[in-house]
Write a protein that binds this ligand. Structure first.
Ligand code: SF4
Length: 424
């Protein structure tokens, strides 16, 4: 067997058999990144980015999304993940890493989406919940280190291959999971809409998210950056000349902390800013807004962070093969961010195809662009976001409240007995 095996039911990716030359590049990529013990895929789709024949592609959903837009009864919302806005320009002749947020909103409105939201709102909500969860675990010295849970391929990896660590995983849904829940349960109420009429779409750099939402009633579709570019071309939209627009309100712009979620180390930095605030009731010192020790395209980063009342040891890791290297020394850490893709979601498999030799420079340019946006953001902390304050006032009360647990958290399941033996 020289290639990655892809089950027909795989919600994230597919192989166009006529294009495949059995070169084995996909398997080599999977072994380097994930080094799985069986052929059962964890849906990261990194093999898409290195297949020389374009034989591996995302499972496309954009035509179904378009059909919903054309259906007058449906109210179609789309939420944009951070890493998309710094990559879509690769498809339309912009400099690598160019930050095209308002242009993207304009394009999505032109396509016909009824509401265009920012997934950084969901990211801010994730931080409020996750930082609170971390503090609780540290206080009670329970289930440490805590692992982040926003990367679905990482979560699926643990569920399938190392379920003994599931208690270490944060119970927070991913930003997309939270965003969908808020749209159907909160936004719908405010706007007096029937949740059944709302179709929620997430625009993501990630093919794994397609699998994540399979059984989530609050999230209907995920389309990738590369699918969006196909949709734009099929609609004959002249990207460069579309008028720039702003996000719709309520679930509009998140904080700078929400934006840096798109790159490795971003979730950690965002969570530490809020953890410091929650523990000390004052803003974190200046160095928390440029935490060099958790930044950069390095597979395993570590830092000792002074949270005022206590010091914690953190790690930021990308790639499943890299996280396996620290499984034997977990007791040394309090908090670990794990993303599957190189340098986090900026290097996701739903991003535009770039020649392999240039991928690194594109991924780093996207990261830099997200940090630059955080640098100039008026609001740099999730807890300062007025829309976040409002949803706690109106609906959730406080992080980890009964309502928050119901809407924003989930239980991770041991799936080790369901690992599939695929036909070769
Ligand atoms: Fe998706 Fe990001 Fe995880 Fe890659 S790192 S699988 S893009 S969530």
């Amino acid at each position: 067997m020289v290639k990655v095996l892809i089950d027909k039911e795989n919600a994230s990716l597919q192989r166009i058999d006529e294009r495949c030359i059995d070169c084995g590049k996909c398997l080599e990529t999977c072994k380097n990144n994930n080094n799985l013990l069986s052929d059962d895929c964890i849906n990261c789709g990194q093999c898409i980015l290195t297949c020389p024949m374009g034989a591996l592609v995302p499972k496309y959903n954009y035509k179904e999304v378009l059909a919903n837009i054309n259906d007058e009864e449906s109210i179609v919302t789309i939420s944009i993940s951070p890493a998309v806005r710094v990559a879509i320009g690769d498809e339309f002749g912009y400099e690598k890493g160019e930050f095209l947020e308002s242009k993207l909103v304009g394009v999505l409105k032109k396509i016909g989406f009824d509401y265009v939201f920012d997934t950084t709102f969901g990211a801010d909500l994730t931080i409020m919940e996750e930082a609170t969860e971390l503090i609780e675990r540290i206080k009670h010295n329970k289930n440490l280190p805590m692992f982040t849970s926003c990367c679905p391929s990482w979560v699926l990896y643990l569920e399938k291959y190392n379920p003994e660590y599931l208690n270490n995983l944060s119970s927070c849904k991913s930003p997309i999971g939270m965003q969908g829940a808020v749209i159907k349960n909160y936004f719908a109420k405010i706007k007096n809409l029937n949740p059944k009429d709302i179709i929620t779409v997430s625009l993501a750099p990630c093919v794994s998210k397609k699998n994540e939402i399979k059984n989530d009633l609050n999230n209907d579709y995920v389309i990738t950056t590369s699918e969006l570019s196909m949709l734009i071309r099929e609609k004959g939209i002249d990207f460069k000349n579309v008028e720039e627009k702003e996000f719709d309100t309520i679930l509009g712009k998140g904080s700078g902390a929400g934006v840096i979620f798109g790159t490795s180390g971003g979730v950690m930095e965002a969570a530490l800013r809020t953890s410091y605030y929650l523990l000390n009731e004052k803003e974190a010192p200046k160095n928390f807004y440029n935490l060099e020790s958790v930044r950069g395209n390095i597979p395993i980063k570590e830092a000792l962070v002074d949270l005022g009342v206590t010091k914690i040891k953190v790690a930021v890791i990308y790639g499943i093969s890299n996280v396996k290297k620290i499984f034997n020394s977990l007791k040394n850490y309090h908090f670990i961010e794990v993303m599957t893709c190189p340098n986090g979601c900026v290097g996701g498999a739903g991003q535009p195809l770039i020649p392999v030799s240039k991928q690194l420079s594109y991924i780093e340019a996207r990261s830099k662009s997200l940090y630059q946006n955080d640098n100039v953001a008026k609001i740099k902390n999730s807890y300062e976001n007025e829309d976040i304050k409002k949803i706690y006032q109106d609906l959730l009360d406080k992080p980890l409240s009964h309502e928050a647990e119901k809407l924003l958290h989930l239980e991770h399941k041991d799936k080790s007995s369901s690992i599939k033996i695929l036909e070769k």
